[in-house]
Design a protein around this ligand. Structure first.
Ligand code: URA
Length: 266
């Protein structure tokens, strides 16, 4: 096949994949043709249906929550596509006050995906997750574990800074979650570390009364078959230095699971 045609086909394929992702993230389950009729079974996800024109359509029978489909393209491109959609996102009010979106960054096939709460002031200004004081502490922890920051992936439950660093609202977390879900499907981390209660509640909600990060940290959980270790948030460690021992104990479990040991202290 002529190289030019090949290139154009590859571009069309990418655009179609990106459009399907867009539909999935916007909960579109049916495409209603411009002529008004429904063409066959056009479902693209098990989520509540909205017509292509944005109108509600009668709900489909309850569908089980499914893992996002396996990504089609190379992970770098998939992650870039997610970041581009995040940058254009206006699904909640946080887009009005953000400076930059903070999709997360790092190795696209990481051993570990660290997930925090939300961008703070520094992150909002630079568009990079965990670069403020809490981020510097996280970086020291990652290095102490024997990794470089670029070898892991670092993200947050929500991708835009809440004003005055308030906690993200449940609705904001729910709205933003599909981006993180998609990132997880692309990254396929061996382990995920949830930093703090917001990350825990955002990714693995629970009705168990009295579930706190203090009681849950250090115990393995699971998300879509991926082992998950909840631990304290670095901001908490900045205020409670003795909790560092707990976090280190949790990270030793993570390293043991990965068949690694922390390098000797210099
Ligand atoms: N910076 C981040 O990127 N996330 C947090 O949760 C805190 C600080």
């Amino acid at each position: 096949m002529d190289g030019d045609i090949k290139q154009r086909l590859a571009k069309i394929k990418k655009d179609v994949e990106s459009y399907i992702d867009y539909l999935r993230e916007n909960n579109v389950t049916e495409i209603i043709s411009f002529a008004g009729g429904r063409k066959g079974n056009n479902a693209v996800s098990g989520r509540p249906p909205v017509s292509a024109a944005g109108r509600s359509v009668p709900p489909a029978p309850a569908a089980e929550k499914q893992a996002p489909e396996s990504p089609a393209g190379p992970p770098e491109e998939e992650l870039e596509a997610i970041a581009a959609r995040v940058a254009a996102c206006s699904k909640c009010a946080l887009h009005k006050t953000r400076t930059k979106t903070v999709p997360g960054q790092g190795n696209c096939r990481p051993d570990i995906l660290f997930i925090g709460e939300a961008p703070g002031e520094d992150e909002d200004r630079q568009g990079i997750a965990f670069i403020g004081r809490a981020g510097q502490l996280l970086t020291r922890l990652i290095v102490r574990m024997g990794y470089a920051r670029e070898e892991v992936f670092i993200a947050n439950i929500i991708k835009c800074r809440p004003p005055n660093n308030r906690k993200p609202l449940p609705e904001e977390m729910k709205t933003c979650l599909p981006y993180l879900e998609r990132q997880i499907a692309v990254l396929k981390p061996k382990v995920m570390v949830l930093l703090g209660a917001t990350a825990l509640d955002g990714l693995i909600p629970s009705n168990v009364p009295g579930r706190t990060i203090s009681r849950t940290r250090g115990k393995w959980l699971e998300y879509q078959g991926i082992p998950v270790m909840p631990t304290f948030h670095p901001s908490y460690l900045l205020r409670n230095q003795s909790a560092m021992w707990d976090v280190w104990a949790d990270m030793e479990k993570v390293l043991a699971h990965l068949g690694r040991k922390a390098p000797p202290k210099k």
